[in-house]
Design a protein around this ligand. Structure first.
Ligand code: 2BA
Length: 109
């Protein structure tokens, strides 16, 4: 059993939810916020059997696409004071950021 944590853009969340249901994959959706853009994104927690992880990763890859976003970050891009920026910069967001972690034990009561 693995826990797949997938952070996706809100725009891709509906399509991914639809695909998970279609493939009978159980998931929990959390409304989350990106630390850099400080904009909403969606995090899926998905408990899945080892042998289905590759299938799930393919579903995530097919459901999510990369987008360019222009932002005016109020955050440092480096560790120098002068690297604080106040002008729009372009960042490539997504497709998806995915962590696959082992599950020691799974119970469903
Ligand atoms: P955000 O933190 O809002 O980041 C959005 C996008 O901004 C990132 O896209 C990346 O292109 C850019 N970015 C992030 N931090 C940056 C920095 N310090 N300097 C320059 N550009 C930066 P993605 O990499 O596709 O990440 C999308 C979202 O996935 C992130 O939203 C965050 O919520 C999550 N994420 C990404 N990597 C993560 C990690 N290692 N741990 C936890 N969450 C992560």
């Amino acid at each position: 059993m693995r826990l797949v944590i997938a952070i996706v853009q809100d725009k891709d969340a509906a399509k991914m939810t639809e695909q998970l249901i279609k493939n009978e994959i159980r998931a929990t959706k959390l409304a989350t916020t990106g630390g850099f853009l400080r904009a909403g994104n969606t995090t899926f927690l998905i408990g899945i059997e080892d042998e289905r992880v590759d299938q799930l990763l393919q579903i995530i890859a097919d459901s999510c696409r990369s987008r360019e976003q222009f932002v005016t970050p109020n955050a440092p891009l480096g560790n120098q004071v002068e690297s604080y920026v106040s002008y729009p910069v372009s960042v490539q967001v997504g497709g998806a950021t995915v962590f696959v972690v082992p599950v020691d034990r799974y119970e469903h009561f």
